[in-house]
Write a protein that binds this ligand. Structure first.
Ligand code: ADP
Ligand code: ZN
Ligand code: MG
Length: 489
């Protein structure tokens, strides 16, 4: 019997992702996951009719290599497709074209925020299957082949994860990388990204992999994956510490605990062999170099650059990295601010204040106004947004008015100084401009002035209120009090 405390989990992942190519993997049918009418995007090839021949979708291959390079993989000079034979109604050919011992990408890695390196064993290219739709009313199953033959990448990691949190961090980072690369939206809820987690538990002292692993499948959100893994680890730890044996099986998640789906009997024999209808894929050094050079800046690089260039908070950086359109808006506004501060000779300490002000107004206020809308429809130009930040920074607009001004800018797309001038808010703190307003208020309220002179403080409050109302609150209350008292004396 093993000591519960000394039991440690290891987890390895197999992740499938649909690539967003225009056509399918081996035929010219549209690859359209939005198609709702069943069996629309089909042809003899993806239906597996005898005598048809597959043609490789070059764009799918290139997208895969982009993913491989982004994940620090080695791209072997030669890779090839293989047949994996098995029978299932959603697999019309009776075999799946996939890759076996010569995958497109090998031996990569991704580093987690805790600096632990997760090794990627391989990433290969294959075709998706059709979809079975079970009709319980008619008591039959229907098959939709729209998805049959859609390009699918499969990524396999080494068993390097220790818990559910590490797994979801990896999966979310992978999703972000795939989106940056423009190869897939990798939405788990839509089945564009499917995660299978292999979980085993063994005493810390034992060699890695000595525990029996179970496979968690058909879980369709990051949150559920994390919960399922942690709950499965707990289940196995309790079992092993009580002297029970974990059996190899596939388990699902019912929202509370993992549940048995299928016991693993013996290993299926897929009779893999090289696909005779397709040539191997061969790369020159130069072709790989060219793809590598075409990669965009990736999340990890963006994080460190944003931190270096703008010295903003880690959590703000994370918001920007997750939303490249917002990040690009931030950088445009920031570059306005940087050239302004250069002209104004602002110290570097003040500059970092300026950047934090920008990040704050962008992330908490402007992002709130945009809501579920798109930043692409935003009427405020980055230049005008930067101007607003400068006005706030210089104290030309009190922060409690800035939010209202931002809202006006958001609705009209106007520039902040113009809106301030139109609303009589411009240079409102200027004493010369305020004097006539103060005089008018005093002239119009003789009773209040008299009350004030007789020592009624409420009267002064009333006059301050009048002044703040006339200036739409642009004058600070203390300033308003001083102006009125000065005039009354
Ligand atoms: P198998 O031969 O049983 O299919 P593989 O070595 O091919 O196992 O690995 C399949 C997946 O299972 C990989 O994601 C790998 O990281 C993971 N894996 C392998 N051994 C273990 C283990 N002992 N515990 C958890 N996951 C494991
Ligand atoms: Zn087809
Ligand atoms: Mg295996």
């Amino acid at each position: 019997m093993a000591d519960y405390q000394k039991l440690e989990a290891v987890i390895g992942l197999e992740i499938h992702v649909q690539l967003n190519t225009l056509s399918k993997m081996f035929c010219a049918c549209p690859n359209n996951p939005e198609e709702s009418k069943p069996n629309t995007n089909i042809c003899p090839t993806c239906l597996g009719h005898p005598g048809t021949l597959p043609t490789v979708n070059a764009s799918a291959v290139e997208k895969m290599v982009r993913v491989g390079l982004a994940l620090n993989c080695h791209i072997p000079k030669e890779s090839e497709f293989a047949r994996k034979s098995y029978f299932y109604p959603d697999l019309p050919k009776g075999y799946q074209i996939t890759q076996a011992d010569k995958p497109l990408c090998q031996k990569g890695f991704l580093v987690l925020s805790n600096q632990r390196k997760i090794r990627i064993r391989r990433i290969h290219l294959e075709e998706d299957t059709g979809r079975l739709v079970h009709d319980h009313q008619q008591n039959c199953s229907l098959i939709d082949f729209n998805r049959a033959g859609v390009p699918l990448m499969e990524l396999v990691t080494e068993p390097d994860f220790k818990n559910g949190q590490e797994v979801t961090e990896f999966a979310q980072e992978l999703q972000m990388i795939l989106r940056y690369l423009g190869v897939s939206n990798a939405d788990m809820e839509k089945g564009e990204m499917r995660i299978e987690a292999n979980v085993s538990v063994q005493p810390k002292a034992d060699p890695l992999g000595s525990g029996t692993k179970t496979e968690l499948k058909n879980i369709n959100s990051f949150h559920a994956v994390r919960m399922a893994i942690d709950s499965e680890i707990e289940r196995q730890r309790v079992m092993i510490s009580q002297g029970e044996k974990v059996t190899q099986e596939t388990r699902g998640w019912n929202g509370q605990q993992t549940v048995l789906q299928r016991k693993k009997e013996e290993e299926q024999e897929y009779r893999y062999f090289s696909e005779p209808d397709l040539l191997p894929i061969r790369w020159t050094e130069r072709e790989i170099m060219e793809i590598a050079q075409s990669l965009p800046e990736l999340p990890a690089a963006k994080r460190s650059r944003l931190s270096r260039e703008y010295q903003i908070e880690q959590q703000d950086i994370e918001v920007l990295v997750r939303d490249p359109a917002l990040a690009s808006y931030f950088e445009k506004a920031a570059s306005e601010l940087l050239s302004w501060k250069k002209d104004e000779k602002i110290s570097s300490e003040k500059t970092s204040q300026l950047m934090k002000l920008l990040a704050n107004y962008l992330i908490s206020d402007l992002k709130g106004l945009i809501g579920s809308g798109s930043i692409k429809d935003l009427k405020i130009t980055p230049e005008n947004f930067a101007e607003l930040i400068i006005l706030i920074f210089q104290g030309k607009i009190p922060s409690r008015l800035a939010k209202g001004l931002l809202k006006d800018m958001f609705e009209t797309g106007g520039d902040p100084s113009q809106i301030m001038a139109d609303q009589g808010l411009a240079k409102i703190d200027d004493e010369k401009m305020l004097q006539p307003v103060v005089k008018r208020i005093i002239d119009n309220n003789p009773q209040a002035c008299q009350d004030y002179r007789q020592g009624k403080t409420a009267a002064l409050q009333f006059l301050i209120g009048q002044l703040m109302g006339e200036t739409k609150g642009a004058v600070e209350p203390d300033h308003a009090r001083r102006l009125i008292e000065d005039q009354l004396k």
